[in-house]
Design a protein around this ligand. Structure first.
Ligand SMILES: Cc1cn([C@H]2C[C@H](O)[C@@H](COP(=O)(O)OP(=O)(O)O[C@H]3O[C@H](C)C(=O)[C@H](O)[C@H]3O)O2)c(=O)[nH]c1=O
Length: 188
């Protein structure tokens, strides 16, 4: 099942879960199934992160072209609030954000195209997140924007002062200082 969010291209995907007396089975990724919905993103790297505490915020991050990443995010254990921010120059939703709760119990996923900042906050302890990326890690192209930037005004559901952050994220620049390396398809 696919649900469009208010940001074009950011799509919640809930694969079918086959339950039986042993538990359940899910095809967490099937390129042919996604292609039937017009999703042909080629993923080349799988990531997994573990976050010990509730309120851990990882983000808002991106990789710039030529290493821009689309991502397909899911939760192996726990619950997160997963956030994408449109930063494509020329996009009618530039600077807008969308959030979706992803959990291991629902098994839903979020597809985030290139041109979006990505971040999440954990809503449970011992949270394990896995996500596919359409470009491999290129640290020289990495960038970030502070998660609690007032211009973006993302609602994380926590007080900013309660966020558990990496040093890198605690020192992330503001959105006002951000110069987007992305353009929206169909715009110059
Ligand atoms: C992203 C990445 C990181 N690393 C190394 C670099 C650091 O030594 C260590 C932790 O990296 P970082 O603090 O950037 O990890 P997160 O804060 O979880 O970053 C991620 O968080 C948000 C949610 C994202 O969408 C990105 O994938 C990514 O930026 O892993 C690698 O070796 N390969 C990688 O692809």
């Amino acid at each position: 099942m696919l649900n469009e969010t208010k940001l074009g291209g950011v799509i919640e995907i809930t694969p079918r879960r086959f339950a039986d007396s042993r538990g359940h089975f899910t095809e967490t990724y099937n390129a042919d199934s996604l292609a039937q919905h017009g999703i042909t993103t080629a993923f080349v790297q799988d990531n997994q992160s573990y976050s010990r505490d509730i309120g851990t915020v990882r983000g808002l991050h991106f990789q710039a072209p030529p290493s821009a990443q689309a991502k397909l995010v899911r939760v192996l254990q726990g619950v997160i609030w997963d956030v994408a921010v449109d930063v494509r120059k020329g996009s009618p939703t530039f600077g807008h954000w969308a959030g979706v709760e992803l959990s291991d119990t629902v098994g839903n996923q979020l597809l985030i195209p290139e041109g979006f900042l990505h971040g999440f906050v954990t809503r449970t302890a011992d949270c394990m997140v896995a996500y596919k990326c359409s470009a491999t890690y290129a640290p020289d192209t990495e960038g970030s924007v502070r998660f609690d930037d007032p211009d973006l005004a993302v609602d994380w559901g926590i007080k900013p002062e309660d966020a558990v952050l990496s040093d890198k994220d605690a020192a992330a620049p503001s959105f006002a200082a951000f110069v987007s390396p992305f353009i929206c398809e169909g715009t110059s």
